[in-house]
Design a protein around this ligand. Structure first.
Ligand code: PAF
Length: 278
């Protein structure tokens, strides 16, 4: 397994593979790998011959009062986990290699970030779009795998790839869950025992809303009000619970076709997100 720390190094390796006729899939991560990330790596090895995993805690996607400083950094354990899978190269630049002194370029999308997580995290998706563009330019992958747990992120990347003509195919990978339904997240490790016991209410609520829709419920307002009650009863503070169009992420006024239900809520200082198709 090669560990590259500069864009030139990883690009040279990827180009060698590609001239030999091999395809390459990139799995972008911020490290602190858990089973959810490992499933992205497994998906990557099914779609391409070679797999590159990037590990970079990206400062530009964290707002000033967010958890950049306390975000878990577990590089040695990450390497260990990846050594048990098909991971052919790791791209792990430092912050100053990624953003050289005097860096001044941004990548902004006009509409998709104006919803859901983007409202409470105004710099987040610009930072994601910027770093993912840089990862695509450095790694020149044929495929890039993203988890559906970050559904808005997937839509932002898909739109950006289409708008900027990146020659990369985005592969969506389903959310991996604990047996009680809690979506795996690097932030779950912040939860106290009591908070961990309450957290599955997010997925339970999404499932119950999806079932109501399947049974014919079509008024988003009533569904959302009931959902917020269920989540708040477990001591969680709901940031948003929304039923949206799965492409443009606009709130729907009436459920008449496929929708996505998304939630963000806080348990103490920890912010959790989840979503489901309905
Ligand atoms: O989903 C993540 O871990 C990050 O947002 C990503 C895509 C690696 C960009 O930093």
């Amino acid at each position: 397994m090669i560990v590259a720390s500069t864009a030139d190094e990883i690009r040279k390796q990827v180009r060698e593979w590609r001239v030999s006729g091999l395809t390459v899939a990139l799995v972008p991560t911020m490290g602190a790998l858990h089973e959810g990330h490992l499933s992205l790596v497994r998906t990557a090895s099914k779609v391409a011959d070679k797999v590159v995993v990037s590990i970079f805690v990206n400062p530009t996607q964290f707002g000033p009062n967010e958890d950049f400083d306390r975000y878990p950094r577990t590089f040695d354990a990450d390497l260990q986990q990846l050594s048990n899978l098909q991971c052919d190269a790791i791209y792990a630049p430092t912050a100053s290699q990624m953003y050289k002194p005097g860096f001044q370029t941004s990548v902004e999308l006009a509409h998709l970030p104006q919803h859901l997580c983007g409202l409470g995290r105004p710099v987040h998706f610009g930072g994601v779009a910027l770093v993912v563009s840089k990862l695509f330019i450095a790694c020149e992958p044929d495929f890039a795998v993203f988890g559906e747990k970050d559904f808005q992120q997937v839509r932002v990347i898909e739109q950006m790839v289409s708008d900027l003509d990146f020659a990369v195919k985005i592969v969506r990978s389903p959310t991996v869950r604990e047996p009680d339904g809690l979506a795996l997240s690097s932030r779950n490790r912040y939860l106290s025992q009591e908070q961990r016991a309450a957290a599955p209410v997010l997925y339970e609520t999404l499932v119950s809303m999806a079932k109501s829709i399947e049974a014919g419920a079509s008024d988003p307002k009533a569904l959302i009000e009931h959902g917020i009650k269920l989540i708040s009863a477990k001591g969680m503070e709901v940031e948003y619970l929304s039923i949206v169009d799965p492409i443009d992420l606009e709130d729907v006024e009436l459920v008449t076709g496929p929708v996505r239900i998304l939630v963000a809520a806080r348990l103490g200082a920890t912010r959790l997100i989840d979503n489901i198709a309905a």
